[in-house]
Design a protein around this ligand. Sequence first.
Ligand SMILES: N=CN[C@@H](CCC(=O)O)C(=O)O
Ligand SMILES: [Zn+2]
Length: 424
Amino acid sequence: MSKAVFIRNAAQLVTLQGSSDAPRVKGEMSELGIIENGSVWIEDGVIQAVGPDTELAEKYEGRLSEAEVIDAAGKLVTPGLVDPHTHIVHAGSRENEFNMRLQGATYMDIMNAGGGIHATTRATKAAPHEELYKQSYNRLNQFLRHGVTTVEAKSGYGMDWETELKQLEVAKQLNESHVIDIVSTFMGAHAVPKEYKERPDEFVHLLVEEMIPKVAELGLAEFNDVFCEKGVFTPEQSRVILEAGKRHGLIPKIHADEIEPYEGAELAAEVGAISADHLLKASEKGMKAMAEKGVVGVLLPGTAYFLMAESANGRKMIDLGVPVALSTDCNPGSSPTVSLPFIMSLGCLKMGMTPAEVITAATINAAHAINRGREIGSLEVGKKADVTIFNIENYMKLQYSYGVNHTDTVVKNGQVVLRGGQLV
Ligand SMILES: N=CN[C@@H](CCC(=O)O)C(=O)O
Ligand SMILES: [Zn+2]
């Protein structure tokens, strides 16, 4: 049995209680369930009580001496942040392409010329398992320093069985060894490999008939994702890939309408995807279809920022009833960042979301985007004790004071893993 942890007297304790069964939509996204002078009692990795400090101090009066007490006076306490869309398991970086884009080349030009995703695929293929693990582990440490306690991780820098398997195995090993929880997604359909350029349907066949069944059989992923984009996978090919995943128990996700409108949001609703991600160019019809089916819109304003594109219309999606989540999209080409708090600022400044909405989007709605809404994303009795403490006194300051890492303390599974901004 682990030592109890008592987080006391937070200036604002953001609980987000009451949305474990479904993500928050519309006005619900603004209801943070804040308790002033709030406290949380944690034991055995689980939240045992949440409420005003006076109440909890009385309830646990006889046991205070046995707990690790964290004084959160003057601080903001939130559920551990959740990042529902990353490509952290990769080798190398692509600052050369950043330089090319600053001089006029586009993301797709670079990819079509054999760079972009293909460049990272070459680096990832060449990296031994241990090297890939080490680089990805370091990225997770950086996530933790920014208050993130759960991260989704996609494969997709292999597109051959050997390398896809290596990425998924690294993700599994990271989940076992690092305190951050990793949720795995198979994304063999990240690009069409060069050798299949003239016969992409054969690659789709390979994914559907061989790779997807093997991933499912080995239990190496929960989700199946596809880059549905002009010049990558068509909506028809994407549908075939996502339906094949469903037959093998993999839940569909989709990179949709990122660069050109391509009816990806509509497809997400049609196949019953748990989320549709990017959505910069999503149509109103697609947004409405997502709202109707409860597909979470995972928005990635860091990608729009880094690709110098106009962000997705988060405001409109929320107003239409789409449950919106936020993510870094951490990857070496279009969003090389681990700072979910910075992404939250962009959510406000570039997508018209309010500070309260972006907190919801990076916690409980992000948890729902990876099918974890019942376990994490809010501070309530029975949930996993994943808690982040920021060195600021209210939630608005997290987005207002942008580009600064305010993360002070992180409790993961009931253990203090970051204290005073330092890994424990
Ligand atoms: N758009 C497709 N995939 C990634 C980028 C991958 C890369 O450029 O390496 C994304 O979500 O942004
Ligand atoms: Zn992505």
